[in-house]
Design a protein around this ligand. Sequence first.
Ligand SMILES: O=C(O)C1=C[C@@H](OP(=O)(O)O)[C@@H](O)[C@H](O)C1
Ligand SMILES: C=C(OP(=O)(O)O)C(=O)O
Length: 427
Amino acid sequence: MKQLRLEPIKHIQGSVNIPGSKSISNRVLLLGTLAKGTTTLTNLLDSDDIKYMLASLKQLGVNYRLSNNNTVCEVEGLAGPLSAEQAQTLFLGNAGTAMRPLCAALTLGQGKFTLTGEPRMEERPIGDLVDALRQLGAQVTYLKNDGFPPLTINATGLNGGDVEIAGDLSSQFLTALLMVAPLAKSRVVIKIKGELVSKPYIDITLALMAQFGVKVINENYQRFIIETGQSYVSPGKVLVEGDASSASYFLAAAAIKGGEVKVTGVGKLSIQGDVKFADVLEKMGADIEWGDDYIIARGAPLKAVDLDMNHIPDAAMTIATTALFATGTTHIRNIYNWRIKETDRLAAMATELRKVGAVVDEGQDYISVTPPKVINTAEIDTYNDHRMAMCFSMVAFADCGITINDPDCTSKTFPDYFERFASLVTR
Ligand SMILES: O=C(O)C1=C[C@@H](OP(=O)(O)O)[C@@H](O)[C@H](O)C1
Ligand SMILES: C=C(OP(=O)(O)O)C(=O)O
């Protein structure tokens, strides 16, 4: 297994332009496909999750032109659903933002589609989405375990009507349903069962649908109405913002080490909820400055926080390792769905934080982290989870340094993370 040794870091300083948002890249590729007209995406993320979406679209006959560095993509819209004359099997890795939206989108047209992924994808639920699509007439069959990929869709189009969907495991199910709703045969009214988690991701979905000309009535995240007769029309150009979750590592690094780091490409005009990560750092004591498309973090002595982080589930992981450098016990609450992401992130985070000496309380839906007096070095397992690898790079700010096992797993969303990180630090 490959390992990356990070020697102790004395100082961090500089500016980093953050690669494109995973959430926006995959949404816009799909909306651009369903839309009338050609959409040119700039600052598209070049990472595994996007490659799976792009490969699937190509397999389904979508025409697009990708620049040499994979960050500019011109998508020729179909002005309607995806269809295929021959049965297609699509491999979607472990990309939730490809699996869930494509599962919904492929019910709209005609054809037989099988969706598969990596072993972990077969453990990540999709039942709540499939239940909702079935209420609208979709025919979906599970190939292994009920409620989980792989699955086969026999597509004949999607009816409109009233549909209920559970919101308590993942917002991606609702995102998927919202994106296909305008192309159903009549008006769609979606009612949310239970608490809706990760709400800001729904705001991303609605903002992008609006850019493509579709209006959704949002009744307090409880009910959504999508009137019939709407269709997606390309806005022409879409600039993909920098990924706010990816920005969290650089902002945290500055907060921990007392230097100044500016992240560009994401700022106060962002449509991504994860920019609120900067507010958490501010509560911990960091100095944060906002521009329209940048955020600057400056370090200061950090103190623990006790917060509900359901709204920023990805960036919240960065707080778990930042907590090693804060006085007191940090409590990260209402994050049950960490358990059903790339790995069981609550269990993985607790295990690895204990290796460096932290006292950790892992609850069903929370984690509490008390830093040790002296942080130990360790070999950190990353569980094929890009965020585990990136979060634990923070431990290099302790006097002992850290070793990251399988660092290349960052390729899911940030292939050159460790090179970018190294370019800002002095050892
Ligand atoms: O819609 C999206 O782009 C995402 C939603 C979130 O998932 P959940 O809604 O499952 O929390 C987030 O963790 C994921 O990385 C991306
Ligand atoms: C949860 C994540 O990914 P996915 O889009 O596969 O759900 C993530 O990137 O942290």
